[in-house]
Design a protein around this ligand. Structure first.
Ligand code: TYD
Length: 142
């Protein structure tokens, strides 16, 4: 895991196929839209107001987070700098690289948070303790 920063994470503007009569369609395709191959998709929904999700970092996993409906905020933290993004459009994806602590808050009612991930589910890829996370980032900085 190289020592990533929050500035390695960014909003990816997704394409929008617009039709006046039929609404919109957005496509995500491996390589051309996201800089990794999507191996897993999951989504969060029915998140009660006031609840915070996430609260962990990943060692290897790349993700793109999309508010396919409603809105929520994502705070990214590299141990030194925090950046908060409000996601509220289905055509904007937030690329999150490995080694970034993330917290998701302020879910609107009906919000759906879709996550495209570069790997299958692997509990050993998670760093769930914030002190462990800071230690690891410090080690990588040395
Ligand atoms: P968790 O990662 O703790 O959710 P969040 O960080 O959004 O609060 O996951 C919640 C539960 O879902 C936990 O029991 C693990 C399980 N889970 C899977 O089985 N597969 C998956 O791909 C994910 C993301 C979670």
């Amino acid at each position: 895991m190289k020592n990533s920063t929050v500035y390695d994470c960014s909003i990816i503007e997704l394409n929008r196929h617009h039709s006046d009569r039929k609404g919109n369609l957005t496509v995500v395709e491996n390589k051309s839209t996201v800089p990794f191959d999507v191996r897993r998709v999951y989504y969060l929904y029915d998140v009660p107001g006031g609840v915070s999700r996430g609260g962990h970092a990943h060692r290897q996993l790349f993700q793109m987070i999309v508010a396919v409906s409603g809105s929520f905020s994502v705070t990214l933290d590299d141990g030194t700098v925090k950046r908060t993004f409000l996601l509220n459009r289905p055509y904007k994806g937030l690329l999150v690289v490995p080694g970034i602590w993330r917290t998701l808050d302020d879910f609107s009612s009906g919000a759906v948070c879709m996550v495209l991930a570069s790997e299958g589910y692997d509990e050993t890829d998670y760093i769930r303790d914030y002190a462990d996370f800071l230690n690891l980032k410090q080690t990588l900085n040395d």
